[in-house]
Write a protein that binds this ligand. Structure first.
Ligand SMILES: [Zn+2]
Ligand SMILES: [Zn+2]
Ligand SMILES: [Zn+2]
Length: 225
């Protein structure tokens, strides 16, 4: 299957998941703050993916907060990071991970959403106010109404069926309907994407390039074993 395309939120470029990663490391690597470039993707549906930067001295709790806002939060469920079978505490710093480490992030231990969080590389970025800054995100995958084939806008969470507005009218239990949203958690519990403020706008505005030329610095991570 073709990789889902995604958008660079810094300059607006559209490309596949791997191409966007290389693009970010090449074109948007420069600034005063040592950060980790993080990839998040649905553990089961990798059409949903994100790249974001987080300062290396920030804690995993910053990643937890960001994933909740963009992809997960519905009822304040518990969440956890795991590495190699054991829990990796949220108070740990990102700098205690190695490039190449992949954590499993679980949100909600009832109807669990599982997300793979990979430390891709170190990157330097202009100082950022937010702990986590979105750099790129998949284009919403097309979803078809199971009844008529029109673009789906809602999920009947009881049946796990994607529906268009018209076909959704015939669902008797309104409460079963959830909106189709750009997240691996869509259709779960009461998730409606309420806190997701990161919708790509192809018209920008994109900041003009004013960043210092890319300067790679080695040695932030311990060497990946
Ligand atoms: Zn870009
Ligand atoms: Zn919930
Ligand atoms: Zn329909």
């Amino acid at each position: 299957m073709a990789q889902t395309q995604g958008n660079c939120f810094i300059c607006g470029k559209t490309a596949g998941k791997t191409a966007i990663k290389n693009h970010i490391l090449k074109e948007h690597n420069g600034g005063g703050e040592s950060c980790c470039l993080i990839k998040a993707e649905g553990a089961y549906n990798k059409d949903y993916w994100l790249y974001f930067s987080v300062p290396a001295d920030a804690r995993l709790s910053a990643v937890d907060g960001f994933l909740r806002n963009i992809w997960c939060e519905c009822c304040g469920h518990l969440s956890a990071f795991r590495l190699g079978g054991g829990e990796f505490g949220k108070s740990r710093k990102l700098s205690s991970l190695c490039a190449g480490n992949t954590l499993l992030y679980e949100y909600d231990f009832g109807s669990t959403t599982e997300i793979l969080v990979t430390v891709v590389d170190e990157i330097s970025r202009p100082a950022q106010r937010e702990k986590a800054r979105l750099l790129a995100r998949n284009v919403p995958p097309p979803e078809e109404c199971v009844k008529c084939g029109a673009p789906a806008t809602q999920i009947n969470a009881l049946e796990g069926e994607a529906l268009c507005d018209k076909c959704a009218e015939s669902v008797e239990d309104d409460a079963a309907l959830l909106p189709v949203v750009n997240s691996p958690r869509y259709g779960e519990c009461a998730y409606d994407g309420e806190l997701d403020k990161w919708t790509f706008d192809p018209s920008g505005p994109f900041p003009q390039p004013s960043e210092a030329p890319a300067k790679r610095r080695r040695g932030m991570f311990r060497s990946a074993g």
